[in-house]
Design a protein around this ligand. Structure first.
Ligand code: HBI
Length: 360
């Protein structure tokens, strides 16, 4: 029995306009949710900073100053709200229009929306996009966990466990629009590395392993931390030519599908690792540190290899053992576990749990 048609407001991350790449995995998640939920007949409104664009998704654009990114702050970082903050403006808009929606879904990893939960008549659900990063955010998340059961969602259990209240989270995993990714049975010699170029992504290890393995490395993603990139280029002269930019999905998968494997070197607990399922969708095996989301995605010896965290020789060994992996098995895993329809059903179930609990 299909779910009742719902009117949903999705409130995006305040760190950058959608399409800028600054929102990282949130951009992909938002686009997938919009596609999947509208295909099921739900009415979706997306609220995002001005200058946002996401495929043909209609967006209510909100002006205001962008929020500093949480992943570069420390654990004891105080909550900041810039003057004329876009975060504040988005939630002021949400409050003013809340009675037009059955549910408001927050995708920002910021204190304000969690704090505001109790002041809204329309239920607010929070899809948490990263692991624990600061004491202030942990406190805000704990408060929602204790006062509003079912209102927290996460990509993976590993990620939810970093907050110490894992049982309060719905685990929703992620997805890709499989139609956008083309399987490639016969790759070239290159390895791929995808992601925001920022210290917590550990690109230096992938460069070191690729150098030892004498395999070209194709680097794709948002160049977020210029100083960090500068240091990498000094240490690895080949890096400059390996960087192919932040490409739209169609061009990204053209490069990715021809690679022998994706190398993932997260220094932090990657909440999910959307790039891993983009690779699997192209038939590309995933070599990843055994840390965070990728540990719940990679099937060792079947669709990739998991390596002891921060252990470059382990990456080199895994690179030497890529050819024993079956590229068809990779695409198959994407089709069974990470399709858009599977994701949509998981979110619809979560939303119904909240909406029915609210009206009970
Ligand atoms: N930082 N303050 C803040 N708010 C976010 O929503 C946020 C962020 N940093 C990164 C980020 N979101 C996205 O890249 C996540 O998908 C990881």
């Amino acid at each position: 029995m299909p779910f009742p048609t719902r009117r949903l407001l999705l409130v995006s991350t305040p760190v950058g306009p959608l399409g800028s790449g600054l929102g990282g995995g949130v951009e992909l998640t938002l686009l997938n949710l919009y596609k999947g939920l509208t295909a099921q007949g739900h009415h979706i409104t997306v609220l995002a900073p001005e200058g946002s664009h996401l495929g043909d998704v209609p967006i209510v654009e909100i002006a205001g100053q962008l929020q500093p990114t949480a992943h570069t702050q420390g654990r004891d970082t105080p909550i900041v709200l810039p003057s004329n903050s876009v975060l504040g403006q988005m939630w002021c808009h949400a409050r003013q229009h809340q009675d037009q929606y059955d549910l408001i879904v927050n995708l920002a990893y910021d204190w304000l929306p969690f704090y505001l939960t109790e002041f809204f008549a329309t239920p607010v659900a929070h899809f948490v996009t990263m692991g624990s990063l600061s004491d202030a955010m942990d406190a805000a998340i704990h408060r929602v966990a204790h006062r509003f059961p079912h209102r927290l969602g996460a990509y993976t259990r590993t990620q939810a466990e970093t907050f110490g209240v894992a049982d309060a989270f719905e685990i929703l995993s992620s997805a890709v629009d499989l139609d956008l990714y083309q399987f490639c049975p016969t790759p070239g010699n290159a390895l791929a590395w995808l992601g925001r170029i920022s210290p917590e992504k550990g690109l230096e290890d992938a460069l070191e392993a690729a150098t030892i393995a004498q395999a070209p490395l194709k680097i794709l993603g948002k160049l977020e931390d210029a100083d960090y990139w500068q240091q990498l280029c000094q240490r690895f002269p080949s890096a400059v030519d390996s960087y192919l930019g932040f490409l739209p999905t169609h061009e990204l998968q053209q490069v990715l599908r021809q690679c022998r494997a994706l190398v993932m070197t997260p220094r932090w607990v990657e909440a999910f690792g959307n790039v891993a399922i983009e690779a699997l969708a192209c038939g590309v095996p995933v070599i990843a540190y055994q840390r965070g989301g990728p540990t719940e995605i990679v099937q060792p010896g079947k669709t990739g290899w998991l390596v002891a965290p921060d252990h470059v020789p382990g990456l080199v060994d895994a690179i030497a053992n890529i050819d024993s992996l079956d590229r068809h098995a990779c695409r198959h895993q994407a089709e069974t576990d990470y399709s858009l329809s599977a994701l949509t059903t998981r979110f619809e179930c979560w939303f119904e749990t909240i909406i029915t609990a609210q009206s009970a």
